[in-house]
Design a binder for this molecule. Structure first.
Ligand SMILES: [Zn+2]
Length: 292
């Protein structure tokens, strides 16, 4: 990906200099936002059941008083290469989604991206880097500990800059879902369902974020022509390596489809491709698809 010299985002909050999330350590873990997958947790601690990545969305509906107080962090332009790369990708998602929403006469307020180390406070509770990158709908921020990209490359078998871009675009996909009100609707539905059905809905939401990442890749390449040979394969490989079946097989040797929350490797690849080939968000209706 030829990203050097491209515009960097004005929406990056760099809190990597704060240890322990600004003295927030020690408080109960509130949970997570919408993650990329339970990837690191799955590898390090064994698969964790019962984590409801959407549980905290209730905070959005007037219950926000229980969220920890938010710090005011001014956006900045980090100078290290890895952060600059993430910032360039975020900036391009702003361009692409701004244009797509604009054509639909919808405003697009882009998300902030918080770069942190270890743990950080979020409106969704304590964010931990061990859970992988995630999006918190309650504060509309993407949270990334950039060391995840080492894990992605070295432990999850998904190297390459475009694999990283896919991860960022997936999280921005969750932001788009929130802007469109889809996240909120799914969360309301999930609360009326049993665990297996709630998981199935979660999978639909995650696959849609993958499809939206593909939509971004489509328009990004059209606009900038910056992809290089092998880039698309890097993203497809990443989508495959963080499928629930692949992660479960790797962490404990067996696969329990009812516990999937992000979709199988084949599903994640399929939906990313669908967005990539069509460039059309309307093709990303993962909720009205039977089977896969
Ligand atoms: Zn996700």
């Amino acid at each position: 990906m030829r990203w050097q010299g491209q515009r960097e985002s004005d929406n990056v909050e760099d809190v990597r200099g704060e240890s322990g999330g600004g003295g927030f350590g020690g408080l109960p873990i509130g949970g997570r936002g919408l993650s990329l997958g339970g990837v690191v947790v799955a590898l390090v601690a064994g698969w964790i059941f019962g984590i409801n990545p959407l549980a905290l969305l209730g905070l959005m509906d007037g219950g926000g008083t229980s969220a920890p107080p938010q710090r005011e962090v001014a956006p900045s332009h980090p100078t290290d290469e890895r952060a600059r790369f993430a910032s360039v990708v975020l900036a391009d998602t702003e361009d692409v989604w701004g244009a797509i929403m604009g054509r639909a006469n919808r405003p697009y307020e882009p998300p902030r991206m918080v770069l942190f180390r270890g743990v950080t406070r979020t409106a969704c509770g304590t964010g931990e880097s061990a859970a992988g990158p995630f999006y918190c709908p309650a504060d509309r921020k993407v949270y990334i500990d950039l060391s995840f990209f080492d894990t992605l490359s070295q432990r999850l078998g998904a190297p390459g800059d475009f694999a990283q871009a896919y991860v960022i675009a997936h999280e921005v996909g969750h932001h788009v879902q929130t802007v469109l009100g889809l996240t909120q609707r799914v969360d309301a539905q999930r609360q009326r369902l049993g665990q297996a059905q709630a998981n199935a809905l979660s999978v639909r939401l995650e696959l849609q974020a993958d499809c939206f990442a593909g939509v971004w890749a489509h328009h990004s390449q059209r606009g900038k022509g910056w992809l290089e040979a092998g880039d698309i394969e890097e993203a497809l490989n990443a989508a495959s390596q963080i499928g629930d079946d692949t992660l479960q097989r790797r962490s404990r040797g067996t696969v329990v489809p009812e516990s999937f929350t992000h979709g199988s490797s084949a599903q994640r690849v399929q939906w990313f491709k669908r967005g990539l080939q069509s460039g059309a968000p309307a093709q990303c209706n993962t909720f009205e698809t039977a089977g896969s």
